[in-house]
Ligand binder design. Structure first.
Ligand code: CA
Length: 517
């Protein structure tokens, strides 16, 4: 164990600096961890969104801290969730793809529960095995659905007929807080399905962006010149890989179930639609632009419900008198491409995919309106919560507590580089496995099944359009980054160089299948 006394001392220092007089243990904060699925930071007002407005999320930033450089260590749903729970990289916690999480492991929930917290989990879990370490849980099976969702508990299931998933999860979260025992602090993981594919907004917001022309990102027409085959071969492109289901197109009448399923998963290369009052058939560039609009209108409309949800939770905390000593976090399991590089989805080590939004409010201990550029990782969340709770951080957690950063300054030896690895090859989108290093100024990516590299200067080329690998004058920089990559690999104990074929394949499936449904 890392020293409990050191953690406690640090915590007490934190309280001292914040000029509060609460004894560390009696004053332990409640913790609400709100996590969405696939919500890119660049679709949040406080992060400078050019495409939407999120007043409640912005309030969280205004009253707390906004981190600009928080990264997923493996940018895909299930692995990121396992990394967050365990504070460990995928190769250590065993969840590299969609394989089942071994729930006998240490998790932040289990340690908090053992340390005297009342613990709850509501919403999307997506780890194959049942949640452990929670006094109460109610979760979506697998990905869950947007409308009429079914949720499972330890003892049964309930269908929320006529309800929208984001509202149901918010109700469950508020009920959990409202009905908690009053003699303990609480820890709540509140995990939304939204804004994950297939991006189905509720009735209130489904027309929110109708008739608006959402600006295309500057890299929407990226030609992929200078980049590796891995990018050229991917199948997560707005122009070519969105399906009839994604685009909410109306199927022909009279299709049998199998035909309908096939039709919905078809990727259309021509669409007849009404545009500016005329019926037109769109192809090529015009169709790509239209697909982007349809995608973003729905994606962003599901985000509006999430913003409402955060507003409801913050209002509840105010009314219940809990706001001051409740640590509220907002994040997403990874980022997402919003047409950036012509893409949707995540997976790649490019900025839009690995960057996680991370907003933290804790009025009793951190200053309002703070922005931190400290490089943080999803594996840092568990140690952060444990230290905030005055509990020892298990030695096998690889992340580092963000509390010193939240108090105002990163320690002098804070990380200046991070290791990333993605395994799911070819996966659902023909996205190739890769690993790499991101420093504060550069990124080096190795697509090992291709034996091809990409090198970017993030200062001169923040959109990662110019692959410098193998270019004249880059040899010294490349050597330095390769050395750093090797150092990080050793530091996180990833000894497995190329053996991706031996890793477990996602056979255990969602919880529904485990229960024989
Ligand atoms: Ca996700």
């Amino acid at each position: 164990m890392k020293t409990a006394t050191a953690g406690l001392a640090l915590l007490m220092t934190g309280f001292h600096l914040a000029a509060t007089a609460q004894p560390a243990r009696a004053g332990r904060p409640n913790i609400i961890f709100i996590m969405t699925d696939d919500h890119a930071a660049h679709a949040i007002g406080a992060y400078g969104s050019k495409v939407n407005q999120t007043p409640h999320l912005d309030r969280l930033a205004r009253e707390g801290a906004l981190f600009t450089s928080v990264f997923a260590t493996n940018s895909i749903c299930t692995p990121s969730r396992a990394a967050i729970l365990t504070g460990q990289y995928s190769h250590i916690n065993g969840v590299t793809m969609f394989n089942r999480f071994d729930s006998s492991r240490h998790t932040v929930a289990r340690v908090l529960q053992q340390g005297g917290y009342y613990t709850g989990m509501v919403g999307k879990w997506h780890l194959g095995s049942d949640p452990v370490g929670f006094d109460q849980w109610e979760i979506l099976p697998g990905q869950g659905v947007y409308r009429n969702p079914v949720l499972y508990t330890a003892t049964g299931e309930q269908t929320y007929t006529g309800r929208y998933v984001t509202d149901v999860i918010t109700d469950l979260a508020v009920d959990f807080i409202d009905q908690r025992p009053r003699n303990k602090p609480f820890f709540l993981m509140m995990h939304h399905k939204a804004p994950h594919r297939p991006w189905e907004p509720n009735d209130q917001h489904k027309s929110h962006f109708a008739g608006q022309r959402i600006p295309e990102p500057v890299t929407f027409w990226d030609s992929y010149a200078t980049r590796t085959d891995a990018l050229h071969e991917n199948q997560q492109r707005v122009a070519g890989d969105m399906t009839n289901r994604d685009l909410k197109l109306t199927p022909p009448d009279g299709l049998a179930a199998a035909e309908l399923s096939r039709w919905l998963s078809t990727k259309p290369d021509a669409v007849t639609t009404e545009l500016d009052g005329r019926i037109v058939t769109l192809t090529g560039e015009a169709l790509a632009r239209w697909k982007y609009q349809r995608y973003m209108q729905d994606y962003l409309a599901t985000v509006q419900s999430v913003d409402d949800s955060v507003g409801r939770v913050l209002d509840y905390l105010d009314k219940a008198g809990l706001a001051r000593n409740t640590l509220v976090i907002y994040t997403s399991d990874q980022g997402f491409f919003l047409g950036d590089h012509g893409l949707f989805d995540k997976r790649f080590m490019y900025e839009e995919s690995i960057r996680m939004p991370f907003l933290v409010r804790w009025p009793a201990a951190i200053k309002a309106g703070m922005t931190s550029r400290a490089m943080a990782l999803n594996i840092d969340f568990a140690p952060t919560f444990l230290e905030a709770a005055g509990l020892a951080v298990p030695a096998d957690m690889q992340g580092r507590s963000l509390l010193p950063v939240l108090r105002g300054a990163a320690p002098k030896d804070w990380r200046t580089a991070m290791y990333y690895r993605y395994y799911h090859d070819p996966g659902d989108h023909n996205t190739r496995a890769h690993y790499g290093v991101r420093t504060t100024t550069h990124k080096l990516i190795y697509f090992w099944t291709k034996d091809q590299w990409e090198l970017f200067d993030l200062v001169k080329d923040p959109y990662e359009l110019h692959n410098l690998y193998g270019q004249p004058g880059q040899a010294a920089l490349t050597a330095t980054l390769k050395t750093e990559l090797a150092r990080l690999k050793r530091a996180v104990d990833d000894r497995d160089q190329l053996a991706d074929q031996q890793l477990p394949n996602g056979v255990d499936g969602p919880i529904a299948r485990l229960r024989g449904k």
